[in-house]
Design a protein around this ligand. Structure first.
Ligand code: GLU
Length: 443
């Protein structure tokens, strides 16, 4: 047995979908355990029968799977009632707990209370430093409703003790629970773990990030937004921690190496969604075109809604989409704002917009005619660079705006679009010529 083996745990209560704040607590526990070749435990704290649901536990497990945060052991508190019962009995027989008469305001039933030794508890939190509590004010607190219904403080201590948890890494909202838990663990004779209470996640609008913030959604909704799991992990790791240098993009493997629990900040870190999108973009930039096409698969139905959508053109505009977007929201916006429709459909043109600035129609006619001829007579390879070589010298000679604006507008019908060579490439010779012809007829 390796006595120094590090054991961490994430102990979510499955009373709702696994939301984004829980990801960071999971991640810090995961990184710390993996860094020390320790054990990472997931414990489903499902003792609240009314509010705990299997679907929420499944949602938590699906979220962790998507993120690639694997664990070594899994427990469910609802399956451990006999274990808690044994420890409650042990506390009663050793004089550390007693069955109390129902108090008037409390409940109908007798409850089991912990006999508070009323002492000072101090510990060194790995993040917050020295902490001292006087437990006197806690009174004889409840550890179980009945012998079969333990409350959170009891189950957590029994489990952490039996599972050999060495480091309790959890949110700062739990700091006040620590003194009760230390009293119980001392009474049960468990050794004391180290505590690391991590800072709150702050809202970009100020205050603690809460359910009212639009960023706080179930973790898997980030998947539906086209956020990559490696980007989300990278982003969450940097809330309240950083590697101490300029680096902002770190893979999970690098994080395992670099993470330092002692360097987690005391104060809250802000959840900045723009930063998340930026990080996502950095990961997308590393994708090949094939990988990016595969990434877009979940949006297939939305692409299909574009009139005359077809795969041939779609393949050609993948680099254009790739350059433009950070996530699925960006792609959806391109579809909604009709920034993709004109690749598949000849656009409506506005006569007034065809010419560059104040150029008379005849000048524009002349340029479009010349460009048409160049294209008509061209039979070598059809790609951006070759098309640029074909047309650019004429544009330089006649004025770039004068030639390229009408060409680009004739092809796209948009105030803004990629350059005309890219458009020619995507549309192909026949369609390009027909669109230029349409513009000339309008003039
Ligand atoms: N089940 C508790 C929660 O969801 C766990 C707290 C702890 O980590 O001790 O907050």
């Amino acid at each position: 047995m390796n006595e120094n083996k590090i054991v961490t745990r994430m102990a979510p209560s499955p009373t709702g979908k696994f939301h984004i704040g829980s990801v960071r607590t999971t991640l810090f526990n995961y990184l710390f355990a993996r860094q020390h070749k320790g054990t990472f435990i997931i414990r489903s704290e499902d003792t609240d029968k009314e509010r705990s649901k299997q679907e929420y536990e499944d949602n938590m497990l699906d979220s962790l799977k998507w993120l690639g945060l694997d664990f070594d052991e899994f427990y469910r508190q609802s399956e451990r009632t006999a274990i808690y019962q044994k420890h409650i009995k042990q506390l009663i027989s050793s004089g550390h707990a007693y069955e109390a008469e129902p108090s008037k305001e409390d409940s109908q039933q007798a409850v089991i209370r912990f006999k508070n030794p009323n002492k000072k508890i101090s510990f060194k939190d790995l993040i917050l430093g020295d902490i001292e509590f006087d437990t006197t004010e806690l009174g004889d607190f409840v550890i179980a409703r009945t012998i079969n219904l333990p409350v959170y403080h009891l189950t957590v201590v029994v489990d952490d003790g039996l599972m050999g948890v060495t480091h309790i890494i959890r949110g700062q909202e739990h700091i006040n629970n620590t003194s009760r838990q230390i009293l119980i663990l001392e009474a049960l004779g468990f050794s004391r773990p180290q505590y690391a209470h991590i800072p709150l996640i702050m809202s970009p609008r100020g205050g603690k990030l809460s359910k009212r913030d639009p960023e706080v959604v179930p973790t898997l909704e980030y998947k539906d937004k086209g956020i990559l799991p490696e980007a989300l992990i990278n982003f969450m790791a940097f809330i309240g921690w950083n590697p101490g240098d300029e680096r902002e993009i770190l893979s999970k493997e690098e994080l395992i190496k670099e993470f330092d629990l002692n360097k987690v900040q005391k104060g809250g870190g802000v959840f900045n969604i723009e930063k998340l999108k930026w990080i996502n973009k950095q990961y997308l930039n590393r994708y090949s075109l094939d990988e990016f096409e595969n990434y877009l698969k979940p949006l297939e139905v939305e692409f299909q809604k574009i009139p005359n959508f077809n795969q041939e053109i779609f393949k050609k505009i993948i680099p254009i989409i790739k350059e433009r977007v950070d996530d699925f929201d960006g792609v959806r916006e391109m579809i909604e704002k009709n920034e993709l429709g004109y690749y598949f459909n000849s656009p409506e043109l506005n006569k007034e917009k065809i010419s560059w600035k104040e150029n008379p129609a005849e000048t524009t006619q002349k340029h479009l005619e010349k460009v048409s001829q160049l294209i008509e007579n061209y039979s070598a390879e059809w790609n951006n660079d070759a098309l640029k070589e074909l047309i650019f010298p004429y544009a330089e000679q006649e004025g770039k705006g004068d030639v390229l604006w009408p060409l680009r507008y004739a092809l796209s019908g948009q105030e803004k679009s990629p350059d005309p060579f890219t458009l020619l490439f995507v549309l192909g010779k026949k369609e390009s010529l027909s669109r230029i012809q349409k513009a000339r007829e309008l003039l």
